[in-house]
Design a protein around this ligand. Structure first.
Ligand code: IDC
Length: 610
């Protein structure tokens, strides 16, 4: 009898078990084709495919999910080719036998597996290491930096679950900081044509009259392609060394400046035209010459989107901010009359160090004005850095249009430890910086060894200590585009003014309006087509705006795949966006910026509803 029940019990247990619906866990497996190794064994669920620490490039990728009803689509961005056509379910993405590196990947789940899971993946990249995790179709890796992917991890996370690790710095588009569009100033930041913060990094010539040979097309090309600079500064002395206002050949100097602008433009670089006052400490000394020089250049190059004007290198010798400001207020309108959007850098007192004085009394009435801070790391340390950081935090847009890692004399020992502290302070804020100087003068701030007479094609041994240090800095990421979240705009520190009462939903009060600007910043195809957007809401009114909300109309149905800094509701082809805690109220003159990625068909168009 007992036996009978035992059998009955085991029998029903067996029946129960074999008739349970199958909830087999979703799994993902993948294999990489690695340089010198070939296809590796499949690994799964977050294990590492590829190699690290061996400098071997991944050349191709295969990827599959365990259930035949589900599917995964993926794509690789390959050296010399760019994005391939997306493939699915264990097909090969990338190349084999051609020695081409994979630089970036993206992938999405398809079918019901996508309802149960988010797909996360991250890559290990040359010079960078493991980058952050990307998700559901976002790119992971780099583009435009010539950097190989060496390893890949892919993992499924139950839908809506936490990312497996940091999602910061999952993707860098090195091209984004090339001279691809007009820059402007937003708050204390320099931004690109899409309103995204950019950081300019590059080199300054020495005095153009003295070292004209370094203004050549080949070298400027190499500054972009090999040095990874995105900017060159043309320093034209006014007083020293056959300066423009002290007996130099003006026609020749102008022609050199124009060649420099053209070469920079051809090379895809931004170019700073620097009126290099120095021993003539007060810019008003040669104000009239400055006005006619900048008038000529800005009228000839009014259609260039890559020029920045630096109107007085380093005022000194007791020149006050008031004197500089009065000079700037005469020179700026001359440039703006020709090129109203131009970005203009204004020097500050005491060899462009006292940005605090500019912050207390900035130049008003013009857009896109920045203020110069110059440092030489051997001489200038915490004090000057703190001055910079306070002025920046108080809202001043700062541009380090000249620095060196030597003494302020431009000579002496290199102070790399101080220099690295400066670079960290600049990169973390996305402040732009330009290194002095592109010359082989026998002084330690010259980037080229004095024994080297080449004018392009420099090898590492042709570069000075500072030159080698700089090359390293430029070849490492600076500000990672897109990851530096806009800081909360700082409140003007103005205790004497009573606070404006906040007016709910009151656009168009006073001088301006609430301006909504929508920009598409990216798109890619991976099965569906994905579009990335940024909406900027600028409050040009005199009152705070609360609870703003905006509708965007699309030409097709959309779904929001990812979003940040806002609330998003979709109704068919209409997306309604509003602010979240920290940006639903926008103070006068401030702005909010939100971002989102939508999935739709190809050829999606959009418009902001009235
Ligand atoms: C230096 C040059 C040096 C030249 C001198 C002229 O490196 O060869 O003899 O100018 O007076 C600055 C100036 C920049 C200086 C540089 C280094 O903008 O013109 O270049 N410096 O002294 N400000 C701080 C340092």
């Amino acid at each position: 009898m007992r036996h009978f029940f035992k059998i009955l019990f085991l029998g029903s247990l067996l029946f129960f078990l074999t008739n349970l619906p199958v909830f087999a866990a979703d799994t993902i497996s993948y294999s990489t084709h690695v340089e010198n190794i070939g296809w590796q064994n499949y690994v799964s669920n977050g294990q590492e495919a590829g190699t690290t620490g061996k400098a071997l490039q991944v050349e191709a990728l295969k990827c599959k999910v365990n259930n035949n009803n589900d599917s995964i689509s993926y794509n690789t961005h390959v050296e010399n080719i760019g994005w391939m056509t997306p493939v699915r379910n264990d097909q090969v993405s990338g190349t084999t036998g051609r020695h081409l590196q994979v630089e970036c990947i993206n992938m999405v789940l398809e079918g019901s597996i996508a309802e149960r899971n988010d797909l996360y993946y991250q890559v290990h990249v040359q010079d960078i290491g493991w980058m952050g995790w990307s998700k559901n179709g976002d790119p992971a890796g780099t583009i435009g930096g010539n950097k190989q992917v060496e390893a890949i991890k892919i993992v499924l996370v139950p839908k809506g679950g936490k990312a497996p690790g940091s999602t910061d710095n999952s993707y860098i588009d090195f091209n984004e900081t090339k001279a691809s569009g007009a820059l402007s100033v937003s708050g204390n930041k320099l931004v690109n044509q899409y309103g995204k913060q950019v950081q300019l990094r590059g080199v300054s010539t020495h005095g153009l009259a003295w070292y004209p040979q370094y203004v050549n097309q080949q070298l400027f090309n190499e500054l972009g392609s090999q040095w990874k600079a995105n900017t060159v500064r043309l320093a034209m002395y006014t007083a020293e060394y056959n300066g423009y206002c002290s007996g130099g050949n003006q026609a020749e100097l102008k022609s050199l400046v124009k060649k420099g602008i053209d070469y920079a433009t051809n090379a895809g670089l931004y170019v700073i035209v620097d009126w290099h006052i120095l021993s003539d400490g007060n810019p008003n000394t040669y104000k009239d010459q400055a006005k006619s020089f900048f008038n000529e250049i800005s009228s000839q190059y009014r259609n260039n989107t890559n020029i920045i004007y630096e109107i007085c290198n380093e005022p000194n010798g007791g020149t006050t901010w008031q004197q500089i400001k009065s000079y700037a207020q005469e020179v700026i309108p001359v440039i703006k009359a020709n090129d109203s959007d131009a970005v203009i850098i204004v020097g500050t007192p005491n060899w462009s160090q006292q940005v605090n004085l500019a912050q207390q009394d900035p130049i008003t009435g013009y857009s896109n004005i920045m203020y110069a801070l110059h440092f030489y790391a051997g001489t200038h340390k915490d004090d000057l850095r703190n001055t910079m950081i306070s002025a920046y935090n108080a809202g001043l847009p700062i541009f380090v249009s000249e620095f060196g890692i030597t003494d302020a004399s431009g000579n002496g020992n290199l102070d790399t430890s101080s220099a690295n502290q400066w670079i960290e302070a600049l990169n973390s804020r996305g402040i732009s910086y330009i290194c002095w100087s592109l010359s082989n003068k026998n002084e330690s701030s010259a980037l080229i060894n004095s024994s080297c007479n080449k004018i392009s094609g420099f090898g590492t041994n042709d570069l000075s200590g500072q030159g080698q240090w700089l090359l390293n800095v430029l070849n490492s990421p600076g500000l990672i585009p897109g990851t530096n979240q806009p800081e909360q705009p700082s409140q003007p520190n103005n205790p004497s003014q009573p606070e404006q009462p906040s007016q709910p939903n009151q656009p168009s009060q006073g001088k301006g309006d609430v301006v909504y600007e929508l920009k598409q910043t990216n798109s890619w195809t991976s099965g569906d087509t994905y579009y990335q957007f940024e909406l900027t809401v600028k409050n040009n009114t005199q009152n705070a705006v609360s609870n703003w909300s905006k509708k965007i109309n699309f030409s097709q149905n959309i779904t929001v795949e990812n979003s940040w800094n806002g609330n998003f509701t979709v109704n068919g082809k209409t997306l309604t966006i509003s602010g979240v805690d920290f940006n639903k109220t926008i103070n006068p003159g401030d702005f909010a910026s939100v971002g989102f990625i939508v999935k739709s068909g190809s050829g999606l168009t959009y418009s902001i509803a009235n």
